[in-house]
Design a protein around this ligand. Sequence first.
Ligand SMILES: [Fe+2]
Ligand SMILES: [Fe+2]
Length: 249
Amino acid sequence: MHTSKNWISHFKNNAEIQRVNWNLSPTITNREVELILPSLQAWQLAETSEGRDLIAASTKYAAKIGDPLLVDAYKLFIKEEQKHGDELGSYLDKIDKPRVSKSWDDSVFRSVRHLNTSMEAWTLTVLVVESTAQLFYQSLKDATNCQLLRQICTDLLIDEAYHITFQTDRLQVIFEGRSASGKWLRKYLYKLFFYLTATTVWLAHKKIFKAGGNTFKSYTKKMQQKYIKTINRITSPINMQSIELYPKP
Ligand SMILES: [Fe+2]
Ligand SMILES: [Fe+2]
């Protein structure tokens, strides 16, 4: 568990670290481009969101719990996601492929996000999508020998691991505030949502997951491990004595 102040310093420090050597030229093969392009374009778009709805939801929530710094933490978090969009976009530019402005899975998530003013639903959605993002970027990295793309994936993977801790912290606080029956119900709803979303992402991007050496079975198994780790953290009682100063992935 970490305070908003801890998260602000984490995001600020992380923004100073440059892990990608942009002097490298892409060495991706035409065959690889053909395989990964639609997914790369879709994730580039998904990572580019302005996050206005999330800022609105977090502002309302932060006022309710009396933690104004939380809004700044969310703004920095969104900035880091936009950095992902920029990096993937720069890669598309370098391989002379267009950035897209529409993809079906992004439209689905954007419309859900738009309806979404509850911080709990927001956090859960982002958490699940980021869990699939970890497997996506790992598969993308494993599917290519292009050093530039591999470095971009590594950078994104490092950031996303912290993002998951960031969302888990928030969901743990929200979960702790629920009644016993609310907690019972949520354990089922979280699980259902997690697996439905994970399956949707597999269907949308299975070419990449397979190119990275996964089958639907191994993908589901990895998602299951992530789910267990996450749900154990969310449902464990918060111990204010064990606040860690430096967030860990
Ligand atoms: Fe991201
Ligand atoms: Fe993320």
